[in-house]
Design a protein around this ligand. Structure first.
Ligand SMILES: [Zn+2]
Length: 372
């Protein structure tokens, strides 16, 4: 049985331990301490050094008591801002919220607290289990930076579960998009705006015309694109000689991603050229798509486990990437699981105690199903 009080306490302690992206060391220390009390050593990699952060990714190996496929459970330690000095409040309605001026951090500490609770239940019941691996990543919120640096050669896992999706426990993300980040730059020509504007070429105006000509938003059922940041020029009285636009495109299909990214690039270049400016377009591939078949074992195990403990299982697709995108890309089948976190990345973020409890139960049941 889930020890509800213990789970709530450790969740509240975790969310009250600051760990915004790049500064996860306090959370790392807390986890090292918790697992070392249980006789387990965590291994930290050098992702922190590479990223200029203060903590690396943490890997925990839990030896199996029976033979069976090694299972990996993963969650990220970092949070977004405002995520400093979080105070968690448990309401009479059994919902945990922040005091209101920060996020809560259930993204992704609901997962971490539930993993710890599942481990404790496993040991308290002296249950047989296959070898387990717990991976706690850094820098997830900044473009999956930590997991991208992780050495997958260290893992023995055959199936993986990232616990980091929206939706109630039992939600299983089987499809998620690949993504390109795209940076468009227009170069014009500077001139004094009042004395000789004729000699200038306004990069901001050219960029505006080019942006008006390229699609933005939903392209089709599986493809989207956006521009989210625009900057350019240096003074009001200077004809702007550059303008930079940062955007992205996503698709569930790799070919569609390539098509739409190329199309955006050529439309943009053509428009800028028509206006006499010079365009630069830089496209970076951020992460690959995930497409799991409902018959794959990683999915079947999760569905069976959810149903066994009375949770409704639902296979969904999502519009965002996660650590699961990178884990799958390394050939390790990985589902991203809903943990019940709500209104994430806002000060209204909250989670119910029941969902925390169900996460722990579900993790334990997946382990049980894998042991059979
Ligand atoms: Zn998350």
């Amino acid at each position: 049985m889930v020890n509800k009080k213990r789970l709530i306490d450790s969740f509240m302690r975790m969310v009250e331990t600051d760990s915004v992206s790049g500064q996860e060391s306090r959370m790392r220390d807390l986890l090292k301490e918790e697992f070392s009390k249980r006789g387990l050593e965590m291994e930290e990699d050098n992702a922190g050094e590479v990223l200029g952060g203060d903590s690396g990714n943490l890997l925990l190996r839990i030896p199996g008591t029976v033979e069976g496929p090694t299972l990996l459970f993963a969650a990220h330690m970092d949070t977004v801002e405002p995520g400093r000095g979080i105070r968690a409040v448990l309401g009479d309605d059994d919902i945990i919220r922040s005091e209101g001026n920060t996020i809560l951090g259930s993204d992704d500490k609901a997962a971490i607290a539930s993993m710890l609770e599942a481990y404790d239940m496993l040991k308290e019941n002296s249950e047989q289990h296959p070898p387990l691996e717990f991976l706690f990543s850094v820098g997830e919120e900044q473009g999956l930076q930590g997991i991208k640096l992780f050495d997958f050669g260290k893992l023995k896992a055959e199936y993986a579960y990232v616990m980091d999706a929206g939706g109630a426990p039992g939600t299983i993300v089987v499809q998620s998009p690949c993504q390109n980040e795209i940076e468009y730059t227009v170069y014009g020509r500077a001139a004094h705006s009042g004395i000789n504007p004729e000699e200038g070429l306004n990069a901001i105006q050219i960029a505006a015309r080019a942006l008006a000509a390229i699609p933005c938003g939903r392209i089709d059922a599986e493809t989207t694109c956006n521009f989210g940041i625009i900057e350019g020029g240096i003074a009001r009285n200077i004809v702007a000689d550059y303008c930079r636009i940062k955007g992205e495109s996503r698709s569930l299909s790799r070919t569609r991603l390539e098509d739409i990214s190329n199309q955006l690039e050529s439309l943009f270049r053509n428009e800028v050229k028509k206006e006499g400016g010079r365009a630069e377009v830089e496209i970076n591939f951020l992460y690959p798509e995930v497409s799991l078949n409902s018959e794959e074992k990683v999915v079947r195990l999760a569905v069976k486990a959810a149903e066994k403990i009375g949770l409704r299982s639902e296979l969904i697709r999502t519009g965002g990437g996660s650590d699961a995108s990178i884990i799958n890309a390394h050939g390790l089948p990985c589902a991203n699981m809903g943990v019940g976190m709500q209104a994430v990345h806002t000060s209204a973020e909250h989670i119910s105690v029941q969902d925390l409890v169900n996460n722990a139960r579900l993790i334990l049941q997946i382990i049980r199903e894998a042991s059979r």
